[in-house]
Structures are given as C-alpha cells and as structure tokens.
Design a protein around this ligand. Sequence first.
Ligand code: G6P
Length: 615
Amino acid sequence: MCGIVGYTGYRKVIEVLFNGLTNLEYRGYDSAGIAVRDENEIKIYKSLGKLINLKNEVERCKSQIKNPTSGIGHIRWATHGSPSLINAHPHTCSCGKLAVVHNGIIENYKALREELIQQGCVFRSQTDTETIAHLVALEYSKVKDLEEAVRNSVKRLQGAYAICVMHKDVPDVIVGARKHAPMLIGVGEGENFIASDTPAVIEYTKKTIYLEDNEIALVTKNNVKITDINGNIVNKKVEVLPWEPVALSKLGYKHFMLKEIHEQPDVIRNVLNGKLYDIDEAIKLNEVKIDKEKLKDLNKIEIIACGTSLNAALVGKYLIEDFAGISVEVEASSEYIYRKTTTNSSTLVIGVSQSGETADTITAIKQAKEKKSHVLIITNRPDSNMARLADSLIPLNAGIEVSVAATKSYSAQLISFYLLAIYLAEIKNSLNKEYLKNLKHELIQLPTKMEEILSNTSNIQECARKFSSYKNFIYIARGINLSSAYEGALKLKEISYINATGYPAGELKHGPIAMLDETMPVLSILIPGGICYEKILSNSEEAKARNAKLIALTSSEDENIKNLFDFVIKIPSISEILSPALTCVPLQLLAYYIAEFLGKDVDQPRNLAKSVTVE
Ligand code: G6P
C-alpha cells in the first residue's frame, strides 16, 4: 500500500527519496510523487505507474531543479479517487506553498472538504488527502508555526493517517504526524529521515524512533523534536534496527520471491532456535505470558488473520486441537469485526500477521482486547502496531519479506504454531512421550528436507512449463493439508492471475466435479500413511474419469501413482502431521515458475499490496 519517505540533510535529496521509495515499492502502488524544497520553492513531480516513470519525469524537468535541500516522497495505492496524476501525492493547498503526503484514510474528509470550500479553498483532486493540505495551510496562515498548524489540524481528522508536511515559508523542516498508521524517524548525523516503514531508511541509518498515535514530529537536519497532541515534549527511545541493508537485496536471485523461498530452511532453524534444541526437553516458549496453571484450563482459542496468515492459522487450529484438545476457531479478521462474537476474558485470541499492520486484523485485535481477552500476536514485525497491542508476542524472525506473495513468513508462522501446539500439549500432558519425541525429531529434520527440495527444482519447473497454459486449477487435499491446498492455490492466483481453488478432496463430488474436463487440472496432495491417503487417491480417480489432467504432490514411492497421475512432484518422506511445512515449498515454487514462465511481475503482482493498512 502507500509509502512515505522524507529527508533533510546533506545528501542528494532526490536520490535519497528515490532509494527510500524503491525500498517501499514492494508494498504495491499505482502512482508516485515527490516534493522538494529547491531555491526557496516547493517543486512537485508526479507520475502514474512505476517509479521509473517518476524518475523519467524528474529527468525531463532536470533543468528546473538546482539544489534541493529537503523533500518528501510518496507511492500511492488508490483508495479515494482513481489512480491518476491529479490524485497522486504530494498534494498542495490553494496557493501551492504547502505539500503533504499521506497514508491512511480520512473518514470525515467530505464534511471537511465542504467546510474548506466554503472558506474559499480550491480543490483539484478527489482525494481525502487534499483536505489535509488545505486544513494545515489555513491553520498555518493563522498561527504561523507549522508544527502547531499540523497539531491543530490533525485534531480535526477522523480515521487513519501518517502524514508529512513541508511549507515554503519554513525552510527544510518536515513535520510528521500519525494515528493508526505507522511512521518512524530515521536518525542520522547532520541529516534525518522520516518514513512509513523501516526499509525506506535502512540504507542510511539503523537508528530509529517510532512515533505513537497522536504524536507530532518536527524534523530538521540536526534535530528531531517529538511532541504529543497537546504540545508537550515526549522523550522517545532511539531503537536500533536488527536488519542489514542486504535484506533488501536479491542476492543474485531473479526475484525476491525466489530468494525468500530459498531462505526457508534457515528461517525455520531461526524459529526453532532457543525453543527446541533437544527432543527430551520441553518446548520453551517464554513469549507466552499466561500462567501455566491458567493454560491448563484454557478451553477456547480464536485465531484471527487475513490472506496467507489465515491459511497458516488453519494449520494452527488443526495442531492445537489435535495436540492439546483445546477448541479453536479461525476467522478472517474482516468477518470477525462485523459480528457478535463470543470472545470473552477467558478466550485466548491469537492474531497472525506477517506485517503486523493489516488494518482488519488490528481492528479485530482491538475488539478482542476490549473484551478483556489475552491477545497473543504472531508477527514478522515486532516493531509493528499489532505487536504493540500484544499481551504476548511471538516474533517470527523471518527477516524482511519483500515479495508481495508471502512465502518464508508462512513457513515461519507454521513452525510457530507447531511450537505453540506442542507447548500447550506439554503443559496439558495430552500427548504420549514417544510421539512427542518423534515429532520434535522430525521438526529438527525439517530444514534439511526443505533443502533437499530446493537443491533440485527442475522437475517443478518442468511441471510449471507443462501446465502454464491452463486457465483454471483445483488443488485438493484433506485433513491438515487442506490449508496447504488453499495456500498453494492462493499463491498461484496472486502471482500468475490463474484461477486456482483449494478444495477439500471429499467435497469435489458435491459440486466442483461439474466443472472438470481436460481444461482443468487437479493437483492432489497425498501423504502416504495419512488418514485420508486412499480416499484422496479415489477422489483423484474420480477427476481422472472426467478427463482432468492430474498432478500429484506426494512423498509416495508407489509406482501406481505414476500410472494414475500425469505429473508427479516428489517430496521427501514426512509424517502427515508435519507435512504442511514441507508441501508449501513445491507449491510456492510451482506458482513462482508458472508466473515467471508467463512473464508476470512476480514480486509486485497487480492490484495487491504487501501490507493492507486500510479496511
Ligand atoms: C495482503 C497480502 C497478502 C497477505 C495479507 C495479510 O493481502 O497481499 O500476501 O497474506 O495481506 O497480511 P499480513 O501482513 O497480515 O499477514
């Protein structure tokens, strides 16, 4: 979604803005713009589409640009008003002296707009953001202090915002403010940055200050001043980012997605590190801040998430119910927030999110907190808004995930659920000791098995090549791999725009079978020894009888599989209960190679955003 970067300092301003925006590009956007202070003027450049268009525009105008000393930049993902030049940020006031960039949605913008028009403001765009530009400009004309003008203005805004404002009459000052949308300061020497997310600044500084809701930052090249909504100084901690800039490099891979798929064995080692190291020892999960006696009596868990995280949550449900016998409900955050739930103070609510910024999940978590539930957050961003709401926090430690389609964060979420489910089972003493030992042993082996898949992907590439021209797919599975089918199909949809549906294999005959013919391949996930192995084979036969082309994803050595299926993707032998952590890899690769084969923009698929910060 939208991204913001601001800079004031000694470096080449336009270069810093472009680097910052490039590192936020992965979030998905449809237009971009910058405002720079140059020769006592605020100059604004905008373009539709990718940043390269903006670069070309700036290049075209380079004779007008002399020596910019500060600037703000934005990539926009349209919410109010279509993607167009006029709607792209930065926005200005009627006289053009002020520039503002904004992430979020101003809910009362229509009323404000009416009011501002009455006062003589001339609106040019359809955006909610433009109201902020006029509002702050009017306030500035009264109070003659940009920070105060922003403070007075944001008091009138309802909704979510992270904003950066510059004014022609206040040289090299950037004022930032936030509410329900992330914003941070990158602290440098003789320079400072302001951004909506850390990748925008990581190339230049690892020192950051995170703004909280209702805080205002006044940023100059030598100073950062943070105040609250009443103007009181707030002393903030400077935090040091755990990431290196190399996290934002493809390291020779063609796409971030491919790099991130290949990082998964190490990610899993990271997740297990310190929590599971000896099969005879109990899982250590000090992150769960609930008394063990209370956990013994826990009888209801709700897991809330969106997208890929929702698919990981389904595996979590299966595991917690299977290992610990605790009833678990899984719900899409966007559904949870608009109904009467039975959540109460004895429910453990788990929020799962790669980004920790997904608006629907944040709203759902806030609702659960109002009902006094203990909130456990599983996220890849311990610096996120969601993490700040957590009573217990399990960080994924997967490293920055750049590709819009989630891969390594998904497998890290799965492993976190394995650890949590075993932890609960050990507290409740609900699993047999031998079974537990085997499970832990297999978990420790998992990264090596993933490496085996990743060391030779030619078969998966071949499958992608053979099947890339089909327009519809069904992925079938049963039991714990049903969520693998959902997630595999989601990956294919997201990056190749092919219609793919995950379906319970047993449900095929209750409807979808009507669609089957030679144009719709069926991919079956088959784990020998699994409770429904034979049944899924029969379901596949049913599809074959309708002329569907069949793909098997299996660890089976059975020669008959080769006769029944048109293509077989093999994985190393694994128990069914652990298999989702392995089946995800070939499914990610299959989606990747199909999309790559079709020449799609793998890392930044159309219409999608990495973190969806609006409901
Ligand atoms: C967006 C992304 C998905 C992601 C979902 C949930 O829709 O495109 O890849 O799964 O948000 O994101 P979260 O950060 O909450 O896991």
